[in-house]
Design a protein around this ligand. Structure first.
Ligand code: HEM
Length: 462
């Protein structure tokens, strides 16, 4: 078949299209999608990257017989810190298959059900803190949810308490992680010819941050080795699990890589998602009301219980709609196993990264109609959601694709539903600044920037 050239925005010699990028790359990428349409190619330094932004094209590259996860883009840089940990391993590296087989059972539905009390514990700490703050204190939304998510992943999967709600400052891990990820993005966009000495200070900080991440992970392992337990959690699986296929255990170095991977992957995304959910709800009063009515109807005035989670159907629709409009990981990349045409006409080369721009494909009017840009949780209630996915496969991909999809999806889901239910049961929320306009803070993930709200206790804590 004949191929049609993929549009390429004009670039500068040497720099390629690096000039297109501001501090907020995802907005630049969406802007280029608006200009160039469903597909375009940029030259990042000397490396080409294809960007696609419709459900039809995303659906095509989700075919694991023709495409696989790509690590040529920013994840190539993240690998410097966490090597072949689960997120950044190539699918054919032995440590990917091994860790996937050993660790997946720790995130199955039953273990996650068993984590309910610990998830509840951390959500209650947040609620108590908001109650102490009283109705007049502005709450930095993404900071509070970052503490929630970090403490929850560490407690549930590693039996380790960061105790973020008892400290004024965030744990150094949080700062090091944020800076590390932001620097990974900048390094990915460095021109290939730039000499290293220009970046001496940045390089030094990069390696210092990696050291903080590794030290934190090693402290978690040490704590468990000093107090051995037979908890069947993620850390237990890492330390004791045997791969059924090779008969091998994970190596110590790999355990460090995996722990950092889980601490990072397990909290940036969930905290961003909860922050965006509150942003959307505070801007959409009728959805806000329905969430509170549901929390009251399902939980009443009693404590949240594990059986409640599946009954909180509107809250789940709110989370799905939040992840559609504001996917915390706004893009993921694949590559073709052979040179091939996509969309029946665009030639992509073997190994060339193809980035699925969720921030755009999730707004595809073919799938979501004329009101695709609006926040409407109703379209994400179970039956509607099932219909959309049947008629438009892969139209909603916030957790990635296939065997490289998110291992922590069920974990994040339960954590977010429980937190929202407890918060809405106990508080009324309002915007700190009624005129707040959404701005995005981005590293590997995105969050609302400088977003503050207030919380007023309803009538006594439950
Ligand atoms: C993979 C999103 C929560 C651990 C992924 C991917 C996405 C994603 C898009 C695929 C990335 C790619 O293709 O390059 C999310 C979102 C979350 C979330 C939106 C929350 C709302 C979590 C949690 C954990 C976690 C709570 C840990 C408990 C991982 C890991 C991988 C992954 C380890 C790599 C899996 C593999 O390649 O084998 N996630 N995630 N994530 N996620 Fe999540």
């Amino acid at each position: 078949a004949d191929s049609v050239p993929i549009p390429e925005p004009p670039g500068l010699p040497f720099l390629g299209n690096l000039g297109e990028f501001s501090a907020n790359p995802i907005e630049d990428i969406v802007r280029l999608s608006n200009t160039y349409g469903e597909i375009y190619r940029l030259h990042m330094g000397s490396r080409p990257v294809v960007f696609i932004s419709t459900q039809a094209l995303v659906n095509e590259v989700c075919d694991e017989k023709r495409f696989q996860k790509s690590l040529s883009s920013v994840l190539r840089v993240v690998r410097e810190g966490v090597h072949d940990g689960l997120f950044t391993a190539h699918s054919d590296e032995p440590n990917w298959g091994k860790a996937h087989r050993v660790l997946t059972p720790a995130f199955g539905p039953l273990p996650i059900r068993d984590m309910f009390d610990e998830m509840h514990d951390i959500s209650s700490q947040l609620a108590l803190k908001l109650a102490r703050h009283g109705p007049h204190k502005p709450i930095h939304v993404s900071d509070e949810f970052t503490k929630l998510a970090l403490d929850t992943i560490a407690l549930c999967s590693m039996d380790y308490r960061f105790n973020s709600y008892y400290k004024d400052k965030m744990h150094p891990f949080v700062q090091a992680m944020g800076d590390f990820l932001a620097e990974c993005g900048r390094r990915n966009r460095r021109p290939g010819f730039a000499p290293n000495f220009l970046y001496r200070a940045a390089n030094e900080k990069f390696y210092n941050d990696i050291a903080i991440l590794r030290d934190t992970a090693n402290a978690v392992v040490e704590a468990r080795r000093k107090n051995p337990s037979d908890r069947k959690d993620l850390l237990g699986a890492m330390l004791n699990g045997v791969d059924p296929q090779t008969g091998e255990k994970l190596s110590d170095a790999n355990i460090t890589d995996q722990l950092i991977t889980f601490l990072i992957a397990g909290h940036e995304t969930t905290s961003g998602t909860l922050s965006f959910a509150f942003y959307h709800l505070l801007k959409n009063p009728s959805a806000y009301r329905k969430v509170q009515e549901e929390a009251d109807a399902v939980l009443g005035k009693g404590p949240a219980k594990v059986e409640h989670v599946s009954k909180l159907v509107y809250i789940q629709a709110v989370l799905r709609e939040t992840l559609r409009l504001s996917a915390a990981i706004p893009a993921f990349s694949v590559e073709a196993l052979e040179d091939t045409l996509i969309g029946g006409k665009y030639l992509v080369h073997k190994g060339e990264p193809i980035t699925c721009v969720l921030a755009k494909s999730h707004l595809d009017p073919v799938v979501y109609g004329d009101d695709a840009n609006d926040f409407k949780p109703e379209r994400m209630l179970d039956d509607e959601f099932a219909r959309l996915n049947r008629e438009f496969p892969n139209c909603w991909k916030p957790f990635g694709n296939g065997k490289r999809g998110c291992i922590g999806r069920g974990f994040a889901w339960n954590e977010a539903v429980i937190a929202m239910a407890i918060l809405f049961q106990n508080f009324n929320f309002s915007l700190d600044d009624p005129n707040y306009q959404l701005e995005i803070a981005s590293s590997l993930t995105i969050k609302p920037k400088d977003f503050f709200m207030r919380a007023t206790l309803r009538d006594g804590m439950t």
